[in-house]
Design a protein around this ligand. Structure first.
Ligand SMILES: Cc1cc2nc3c(=O)[nH]c(=O)nc-3n(C[C@H](O)[C@H](O)[C@H](O)COP(=O)(O)O)c2cc1C
Length: 209
C-alpha cells in the first residue's frame, strides 16, 4: 500500500525532463578508476554493475571542469581524448536501461597542486591541511574561467550521451568555500555577507541584455 505522501521507490519517477525507471540513484563516489584523465574499462564495468543491478541512474564522479580543479591527477577531464571513453560508458549504461549522470566539479582550494602541477584556487589565500600546501587567491578572471568551464563541461556531457549533470558544490569546493567566513575574506563583490549589496554582481547583471 502506498499513500500519496510516500512515493514508491521502485516506480518510475520524473526528474526534470527525464523519466527514471525508479528513484534509486547511485551517488557520486570518486573510485579512482579513471586513469590519466580518461575512462577505463574498470570504470565502465563499475557503472554497468549498478545499471545491471537495476538503479534508475548512476553518477560518474569526479569529472573535473579544469586541470587545476582536480583533487587527483587521474580524474577525468573534458578533453577531446576523454570523449570516446565517456561515450562508451554512457552507451554501456544505457544498454542496461539506466540513466547516467556526470558529476562535474572544480576542487578550488581542495584541489591537488602537486598532482596538477598548478596552484589551487581559493577565495582568499588559504593553507590546506589535506594537500599541505597554499591555495592562491582566485582573481575575478579565474572565477569567470571556472564558471565558463562548468558550462563547457555540461555541453560536453550532453555530447558524450549523459542524461544529467550534477554540479559538485560541497566539500569546500568553490561554491561552499565562498560561503565560508573562514576561507572567504574578500572585500570585492565575491566577499561580504549574503545580506550586503554586491557591487560586482550588480555590474555583471547590468551588462547583460
Ligand atoms: C570513497 C568515497 C568517495 C566519494 N566521492 C565523492 C565524489 O566524488 N563526489 C561527491 O559528491 N561525493 C563523494 N562522496 C560522498 C558520497 O557521495 C556520499 O555523499 C557520502 O558517502 C554520504 O552518503 P550517505 O549519507 O548516503 O552515506 C564519496 C564518498 C566516498 C565514501
Amino acid at each position: 500500500m502506498h499513500s500519496m505522501t510516500s512515493p514508491d521507490v521502485l516506480a518510475p519517477a520524473k526528474l526534470g525532463p527525464l523519466t527514471l525507471r525508479n528513484r534509486v540513484i547511485k551517488a557520486a563516489t570518486y573510485e579512482g578508476l579513471s586513469h590519466k584523465a580518461r575512462v577505463t574499462q574498470d570504470l565502465i564495468d563499475f557503472h554497468v554493475g549498478y545499471a545491471a543491478g537495476g538503479v534508475g541512474m548512476t553518477t560518474v564522479a569526479y569529472c573535473a571542469v579544469a586541470r587545476e580543479g582536480r583533487t587527483d591527477r587521474h580524474q577525468i577531464l573534458w578533453t577531446d581524448e576523454a570523449m570516446p571513453g565517456l561515450r562508451r560508458l554512457t552507451e554501456a549504461v544505457h544498454a542496461h536501461g539506466a540513466a547516467v549522470s556526470a558529476q562535474i566539479g572544480h576542487g578550488g582550494p581542495v584541489a591537488s597542486p602537486k598532482g596538477n602541477g598548478l596552484p589551487a584556487l581559493s577565495p582568499t589565500k588559504h593553507f590546506h591541511a589535506t594537500s599541505l600546501s597554499w591555495a592562491r587567491e582566485a582573481s575575478v578572471a579565474d572565477l569567470t574561467g571556472i564558471t565558463e568551464a562548468h558550462a563547457e563541461a555540461a555541453r560536453r556531457a550532453i555530447d558524450a550521451g549523459f542524461d544529467a549533470v550534477e554540479v559538485h558544490l560541497g566539500h569546500n569546493y568553490p561554491a561552499s568555500s565562498f560561503l565560508s567566513p573562514k576561507i572567504n575574506h574578500r572585500t570585492d563583490g565575491y566577499g561580504g555577507s549574503p545580506g550586503e549589496p554586491c557591487p560586482l554582481r550588480t555590474r555583471d547583471h547590468a551588462r547583460r541584455p
